[in-house]
Design a protein around this ligand. Structure first.
Ligand code: KIV
Length: 269
């Protein structure tokens, strides 16, 4: 089994792969493909729960999806993404929410959307034995403040991201996600840290890459400009569902091989 220590030691060595998954069958496929980390992202809000942002996602939703993913995963490190306001309001409550992901859903680590307010929490969680993946740059839980725009584009913003990256490494984070930031900023952050950076829309110089699995599969409508679709599962699903509807409507399904007959039941009265 891959561990967070293995992931940490991959910095600057082997390219790290991470994909999201929100259910057991997808996690099993992602794990079997040899992906290093599975993120049970709060992107489930948009990707599978029908919300138009990640803000409504709850601790219970992430916990139940994380448990489904860990049940189907043999090798990858499973990271539970802490949803909006589940951390940062109160330290004891934040720790309890993060701890539930390990205790009740068997996650290996938690991911926090970070800012100055998460440095102390990261330190506390690491001391308590809860591995932390930090997340800087575009943090979608801040959508009401920042929109979904690229972050770190001015010198001040870029410096702040670099400083926060260093502070979270020092606080004990085992890895850092960098989302939608200029590639030359991500390269400098990667160079400055000893923990691995995992980029999404952050160029090719990070230690690893992460994408939302629906974008990779080609399932869903809105694909961000930095994502790449590697398949067309939407078309495959449409074809299968249309095929089923046609077969039922035409009487082709179920056929004899999908039914069984008990001889004794022929003459009921
Ligand atoms: O929720 C998520 O899927 C994420 C990734 C995009 C990094 O935070």
């Amino acid at each position: 089994m891959t561990t967070v220590r293995d992931v940490r030691s991959m910095a600057g060595r082997d390219p790290i792969t991470m994909l999201t998954a929100y259910d057991a069958p997808t996690a099993a496929l992602v794990d079997a493909a040899g992906v290093d980390l599975i993120l049970v992202g709060d992107s489930m809000g948009n990707a599978t729960l029908g919300y138009d942002s990640t803000l409504p996602v709850t601790v219970d939703e992430v916990k139940s999806r994380t448990a489904a993913v860990t049940r189907a995963t043999n090798d990858a490190v499973v990271v539970a993404d802490m949803p909006f306001l589940s951390i940062g309001v109160d330290e004891a409550q934040s720790i309890e929410h993060c701890g539930r992901m390990l205790k009740e859903a068997d996650a290996d680590a938690v991911k926090l959307e970070c800012g100055p307010h998460t440095v102390e929490l990261t330190k506390r969680l690491a001391q308590l034995g809860i591995p932390v993946m930090a997340h800087l740059g575009l943090t979608p839980q801040q959508v009401k403040q920042t929109g979904y725009l690229r972050q770190g584009t001015s010198k001040e913003q870029a410096q702040e991201i670099l400083d926060l990256a260093r502070a979270h490494e020092e606080a004990g984070a085992f890895s850092l996600v960098l989302e939608h930031v200029p590639a030359n900023l991500a390269a400098q952050v990667t160079e400055a840290l000893t923990i691995p950076t995992i980029g999404i829309g952050a160029g090719g110089d990070c230690d690893g890459q992460v994408l939302v699995v629906n974008d990779v599969l080609g399932l869903g409508e809105r694909v961000p400009p930095f994502a790449k679709q590697f398949g067309d599962v939407q078309s495959a699903m449409e074809e299968a569902i249309d095929g089923y509807v046609d077969a039922v409507e035409s009487g082709e399904f179920p056929a004899d091989e999908h039914s069984h007959v008990e001889a004794d039941l022929d003459e009921l009265y």
